[in-house]
Design a protein around this ligand. Structure first.
Ligand SMILES: Cc1cc2nc3c(=O)[nH]c(=O)nc-3n(C[C@H](O)[C@H](O)[C@H](O)COP(=O)(O)OP(=O)(O)OC[C@H]3O[C@@H](n4cnc5c(N)ncnc54)[C@H](O)[C@@H]3O)c2cc1C
Length: 432
């Protein structure tokens, strides 16, 4: 973090694009405030303003026409509130902090988060604001760890929502619509270690017969497929739970070399496999900090279906395998535990997440998505807020029972619509 007194400019050139390179930001200014007071001043004086995280969303969720605010230079400090038992607690951190930096604070103290996404490169606020998740039958999304938020509303006021505040379940997955989060608190627990074993040759028949058992076989399980066949299964087991590592996994055989889910990508970018134990932050993400995650040149989409529809949804998508093949780099199936956060894709019950990594050809991907969305519509599939989808506000209203309440929350925090943008008009439509 820079010195508070340094003369570094607090505005900078707009980063032209998001991480995937499929979006050029339209904002006129990028601000890099170093204090909460500066954030308040920028927000109160701007007609249209949004916070920018690490730019890993694949759509225009973070875009705006006037002012973007990066919190990279805002150092509000990291503050631990440890439980009397010493085994867990709450950590407050700055609104621009990335998971990769947070783990450097947690791990040396013997603390852990319950789960991580496939990459540590993303900001805690950007990820939790969009319902970002990892895998595991018993693991809620990353948003479920949020224990508090401090938000600058559009009138420039700083409001604090602690763990008991009635607005918090509505405000955690906020899509950037409520204001600029200057501090966020996450729950942490005692550290743990895992092993990742990769298995090849699982058949679709065996997976669909034993879907619940496969997903429940370890703390975090990811199934990769091109929809014609299952390409591999990553089984991340805690070392303090019964060992599941074996030569065989539901008829699949153990990989003998590190294996990337995208065959043309570099295995150097992956966290360790082959059953080598490592701390939670070195095994839960698929990709290593400081290295290119996933393919690098790609798009992503993802849909969440209630667990009871998991088999039927897979059957529907297998029928589209040929249509997807020219565009698909890989697909990942993960389970996420249900929660009660208003706009969480897992709100109301456990879900299967169906993730697609596409080649970076947005026109062709967008032309195909309505077919995938139609196949999943009977199951009430919800889209990942941060990825490419075509589902609109009308359909989202039927998928999220608390959407009308969220609109009220938006109008309370932002009556002048300063944080709304084209994305929020299409999806939330709080000002329609
Ligand atoms: C290679 C790759 C792998 C991925 N893997 C996963 C995965 O495993 N699981 C998964 O669920 N998703 C995954 N994603 C998606 C990713 O986690 C989400 O897109 C996440 O939101 C990115 O966070 P960010 O910091 O880049 O946010 P941005 O894209 O910069 O912003 C996202 C939203 O958060 C808002 N925001 C950010 N900071 C603040 C703040 N301080 N105050 C108010 N609003 C704020 C922005 O305005 C915007 O609305 C992956 C993406 C990529 C590129």
């Amino acid at each position: 973090m820079p010195d508070e007194n340094s003369a570094a400019p607090t505005t900078a050139a707009i980063p032209e694009r998001n991480w995937a390179g499929n979006l050029t930001y339209r904002a006129a200014h990028l601000h890099r405030p170093r204090s909460v007071a500066e954030v308040q001043e920028i927000v109160a004086g701007s007609p249209h303003v949004k916070a920018l995280g690490s730019r890993h969303c694949f759509n225009d969720i973070a875009d705006t026409t006037a002012d973007l605010v990066s919190l990279e230079a805002l150092d509000t400090g990291v503050e631990f509130q440890t439980a009397p038992s010493g085994d867990g607690g709450i950590v407050w951190m700055p609104g621009g902090m990335k998971y990769g930096d947070l783990v450097l604070e947690l791990a040396p103290r013997g603390h852990a988060l319950h789960n991580l996404a496939s990459l540590p490169h993303i900001t805690v606020v950007g990820a939790t604001a969009t319902g970002t998740h990892g895998s595991g039958n018993r693991n809620g999304s990353l948003s479920t760890s949020v224990a508090g938020l401090e938000i600058v509303r559009s009138d420039g006021e700083l409001v604090s929502l602690d763990a008991d505040h009635p607005d918090l379940p509505g405000a955690v997955v906020h899509l950037g619509a409520l204001g600029i989060v200057t501090r966020i608190a996450l729950r942490f627990q005692r550290t743990f270690s895992l092993r990742n074993n990769v298995y090849l040759g699982l058949t679709w028949e065996r997976l669909l017969d034993d879907l619940d058992a496969v997903a429940d076989a370890a703390y975090s399980v990811s199934v990769f497929t091109n929809w014609h066949e299952i390409t591999m299964v990553w089984v991340k087991a805690r070392t303090d739970e019964p060992d599941v590592a074996a030569e065989e996994f539901f008829g699949a055989r153990s990989a003998t070399v590190p294996t990337h889910m995208i065959s043309t990508a570099d295995v150097e970018n992956l966290t360790d496999q082959l059953g080598v134990p490592g701390e939670w932050h070195e095994r839960l993400p698929h990709f290593r900090a400081g290295f290119t995650p996933s393919k690098g040149e790609e798009l992503q989409s993802e849909y969440f279906v209630p667990r009871r529809h998991a088999r039927a949804a897979c059957h529907r998508l297998r029928a589209l395998a040929d249509a997807m093949a020219p565009l698909l780099l890989t697909c990942e199936l993960r389970t996420v535990a249900g929660d009660d956060l208003w706009l969480s894709p897992a709100t109301g019950g456990d879900v299967l997440a169906l993730h697609f990594t596409w080649v970076r050809d947005e026109g062709r991907v967008r032309a195909l998505l309505p077919e995938i969305e139609a196949a999943l519509r009977p199951f009430g599939a919800r889209p990942h807020w941060g990825k490419v989808f075509t589902i609109d506000a009308g359909e989202l209203e039927g998928l999220y029972p608390r959407l009308p309440d969220f609109r009220d929350l938006v109008r309370r925090f932002d009556p002048r619509g300063a944080f709304t943008n084209a994305y929020l008009d299409r999806t939330i439509a709080a000002f329609a």
